[in-house]
Design a binder for this molecule. Sequence first.
Ligand SMILES: [Zn+2]
Length: 220
Amino acid sequence: MLDAHFAHLAEHHPCVLPGEPLQPGLNVCLSFDDGYYDFHRTVFPLLEKHHLRALLAIPPGLILDQTSMHPFARLRLPNQSPNPHEISSGLCTWDELRELAASGRVAFAAHGMTHARLDEPQADLAREICDPGLLLSVKLMIEVESFVFPFGRHDPRSLKTAQTHYRHVFRIGQALNSGWQAPVLYRVSGDNMETPAALLAPARLRRYRARAWWNRLRRR
Ligand SMILES: [Zn+2]
């Protein structure tokens, strides 16, 4: 389904990375969260196949230098595990992330340091918002200008901190954006696509536009 979806996007939509000039028509910015190993193994080859690029949001505090675990075992690890090493082994390693960065096909966003929720009063915003962008830029030798809220959750305090440190701040929101200048950029979820074109079908786009209007009205 992802292969067919990418083929549909490549044929019908300009695909851009954050901050790039927009072209006529509906521009799409692909984003993937967390940096699971399957991004390196499955998604990245499909991006190459369709000449697409994507934004990958990483919680760098969870990333390992290397792992000796077998690739199939890494793919089978549960997303939620009480064992931090299991969580980290299921994510791309620094070596793999460097490979993605060197391809020129993947831009990176900070996604918290440890993927903690940032809408809670005890959240350590310096560690979870300011530091991960710095760590990613040092480890991958790139500029990190985007921040994606873990779980899509923020409160006014964490939103302000993210906006101070990053040019582009993303949440979920299930809505369209009218440009890069919005204080918080919305994303639509591509989970469980029914058909390759369903995500951007006209009826769906009308819903995303209405949702953008509703989100702005209630300042979300
Ligand atoms: Zn996440």
